[in-house]
Design a protein around this ligand. Structure first.
Ligand SMILES: N[C@@H](CCC(=O)N[C@@H](CS)C(=O)NCC(=O)O)C(=O)O
Length: 206
């Protein structure tokens, strides 16, 4: 198996999970903006030229959440997720998908308007609105963590990996607001995990 990975990017979710599960996998590393990600060989695996991309024999696919779920199905043996059909499954799915569907869109707008877009295309208004949206989304996570150490069943799960990655990225670019404090405490808890430390050891951007 092979993970195409840029340190600190969304492929860190997969890197983190592999470590949590103790699964061996070849890591093919790149830097953000690496021309190799736009080569015809790479585009044949991932037409958007992004990371992560995952290879398991002839199975080649992308989307960090899909890869995380695939690895849980293949190697999880019931670890890091509540059982299908169980009481907590809906909440687990909610937080799992919240990361990419609700947290990352405003984050993308912030990154675009701070770093990616040409100066003349950046918008302070878009930045302000995205920060408000992000604040609301983080507020919801904060409430869920007021009386709990982790998002689901007070037990560490892949939902913490999916959302914890997003919070880590926000912190790394100074976009994690001081409140809610419960989010900071949760992130500090996640950062103590050896697998988290391995996943983020390479910093951000490669
Ligand atoms: N929804 C996708 C997003 C993938 C994505 O946007 N990856 C970024 C890094 S976090 C990337 O590869 N950017 C490089 C580029 O767009 O050239 C996922 O979760 O895998």
């Amino acid at each position: 198996m092979k993970l195409h990975h840029v340190p600190g990017s969304r492929s860190s979710r997969v890197r983190w999970l592999l470590e949590e599960l103790g699964v061996d996998c070849q890591i093919e590393g790149y830097k953000l903006g690496d021309p190799a990600l736009k080569s015809s060989t790479y585009l044949a695996k991932n037409p958007l030229g992004r990371v992560p991309t995952f290879e398991d024999g002839d199975t080649v696919f992308y989307e960090s959440g899909a890869i995380v779920q695939y690895l849980l199905e293949r190697f999880g043996d019931g670890r890091l997720e509540p059982p299908v059909g169980g009481e907590s499954r809906a909440l687990y799915l909610q937080w799992f998908h919240f990361a990419e569907a609700t947290l990352m869109p405003p984050m993308g707008v912030i990154m675009g308007n701070r770093f990616v877009l040409r100066e003349e295309d950046r918008s302070q208004k878009a930045l302000r609105i995205a920060r408000i949206q992000l604040g609301k989304a983080l507020g919801v996570i904060g409430s869920a963590l007021d009386d709990a150490e982790y998002l689901v069943d007070d037990r560490f799960s892949a939902a913490d990996i999916m959302t914890g990655y997003s919070a880590t990225l926000l912190k790394s670019v100074g976009e994690l607001p001081d409140e809610p404090k419960s989010v900071h405490a949760w992130l500090a808890r996640l950062a103590q995990r050896p697998a988290y430390q391995v996943a983020f050891a390479g910093g951000f951007g490669g």
